[in-house]
Design a protein around this ligand. Structure first.
Ligand code: GLY
Length: 484
């Protein structure tokens, strides 16, 4: 049933078809939320990066499109266009490439994700310039360098050094485009001397513009909001754990886990912090809304990483898709029927989303070849991951004990011909624990990850730990006192 048709009351739940574009566990959580619909009999059509064992089981039709090419996704959607009522897109790559524009034009299937023009992460430079215009107080100090504006390489180097003399060396170097050169580099992580910093910068500048911005000290939170194009429906705050290893050591990753409290804010935040975040995002939304059609921004156009400082939240980056793992903290505790939420997104009347007042903790397991684990902890690597099946059965059995309070979502895992599932190169599987407190949710999540057998999958053990949360609280207290 398409968005504009009226829904009739019928004794049997109505059958609908939903296209889901999947990269990993984020989409598994979406599919799971659809599968729990009471109001509809949902048939899922999945365009997937690989044969995700969870998605394969849930799907009416499943296709693997390893590069998530929008042409191939569109072909798949076209084949089932008379059965699919709408689509939901998980990862950013197809959004940046314009999946919404192409699929809606070619198939008439409405998609829930912003149009190509509003995939703000496509250009970090454009994003910073936009924020500077609308919310300068939330923007770190930054400067954009572009070889086109310099006659020699020596001249650009000189300008970089001048800028670093102003900011100090504690900066982040961010290429405009997601995959240029070596990517984002941060003082203290990727370089420890000015020379290394400038080398990192030079290895990127040949591919296009590069930003050098001040590194902000503070505590990070993830803001997400559903948007029907006209309204923002902010979701509770979540905290992502970007570093690979316990104690926030090791390289940055896609996120090794995350937590959400029973309420809307994080333990180190104040309600004013959240209000300020909403104010900042609303200002950006209002400006974009002036330029956009009433549906262009539909989806989760504002998944924003904020850093909380003594002078308020600063915007680290904006993405036009939900966070992974952050959306896994939200979807399992939706009180509303997720299909109805999506219809409201399509109809332009989603003003709020109702969630259970529960805490959630997500813990990811990853294979040894992810984030340098095998090098850092070689003694803990016992198996060749490529040939060792991952067994989720014991973890899945925990649903007998915890019912809805545990969810197991495979991510970078592949179901093979022999019926077994194997970890690939990235975060392999996450377990969501739900509870009446963070510690209760955390226990469930850890019990789940411990029950996953096979291979040498590893995970952080301090996601949402009391110690980690206390450190964040103390850090924020110090910052607020020192006004840093
Ligand atoms: N958790 C980081 C991201 O989704 O980009």
């Amino acid at each position: 049933m398409r968005k504009t048709e009226s829904r009739e009351v019928s004794p049997l739940p109505e059958k609908i078809g939903i296209l889901v574009v999947s990269y990993g566990a984020r989409a598994a959580a979406m599919i799971d939320a659809f599968a729990r619909s009471d109001n509809y009999r949902v048939e899922i059509y999945v365009a997937d990066k690989q044969k995700n064992p969870f998605n394969v089981k849930q799907a009416k039709e499943h296709v693997v499109i390893p590069d998530l090419s929008i042409v191939q996704i569109c072909k798949f959607a076209k084949r089932f266009k008379h059965k699919i009522d709408f689509g939901l897109v998980g990862p950013e790559k197809p959004i940046i490439e314009g999946i919404r524009d192409v699929v809606e034009q070619e198939t008439d299937i409405p998609l829930i994700c912003p149009t190509k023009e509003y995939a703000l992460e496509a250009s970090k430079v454009a994003q910073r310039l936009l924020f500077e215009k609308i919310v300068p107080e939330a923007n770190p100090k930054f400067k954009v360098f572009d070889l086109k504006n310099f006659s020699t390489v020596a001249a650009v180097k000189e300008e970089v050094n001048k800028w670093l003399n102003q900011t100090g060396n504690e900066v982040a170097v961010k290429p405009d485009r997601p995959a240029a050169g070596k990517g984002v580099g941060v003082w203290g992580d990727h370089f420890n001397t000015r020379e290394e910093l400038v080398d990192h910068f030079m290895s990127n500048i040949e591919y296009g513009p590069v930003i050098i911005e001040e590194k902000i000290e503070g505590e990070e939170s993830s803001f997400q909001a559903f948007c029907d194009g006209k309204h923002l429906a902010p979701l509770p705050e979540t905290r992502d754990y970007k570093r690979a290893f316990d104690g926030d050591k090791g390289p940055n990753t896609g996120g090794m886990g995350s937590y959400k409290t029973v309420g809307d804010i994080l333990p180190f935040m104040t309600t004013t912090d959240k209000e300020k975040e909403i104010e900042i995002v609303t200002q950006v939304f209002t400006e974009l809304r002036r330029r956009a059609t009433s549906t262009d921004l539909r989806g989760i156009p504002f998944y924003d990483a904020f850093i909380h400082t003594s002078t308020g939240p600063k915007l680290l980056e904006n993405n036009s898709r939900p966070g992974d793992p952050e959306i896994q903290n939200i979807l399992p505790i939706l009180k509303d029927d997720f299909v109805d939420v999506c219809y409201k997104l399509l109809e332009g009347n989603l003003t709020r989303v109702n969630l259970q007042k529960r805490a959630t903790v997500v813990t990811y397991k990853a294979p040894p070849n992810y984030a340098g684990f095998a090098n850092a902890f070689s003694e803990r690597v016992k198996t060749n991951e490529a040939n060792t099946p991952i067994d989720l059965a014991q973890a899945e059995k925990l649903t007998g004990k915890y019912r809805d309070a545990i969810r197991i979502y495979p991510a970078s895992m592949e179901l093979r011909e022999n019926g077994n599932a194997y970890a690939l190169g990235s975060r392999a599987v996450c377990v969501v624990g739900v509870g009446n407190s963070i510690s209760e949710a955390r226990e469930v999540s850890l019990e789940g990850v411990d029950a996953i057998a096979g291979g040498s999958l590893w995970n952080r053990t301090d996601i949402a730990s009391r110690e980690h949360i206390n450190r964040s609280i103390e850090h924020m207290k110090e910052l607020r006192l020192s006004k840093k």
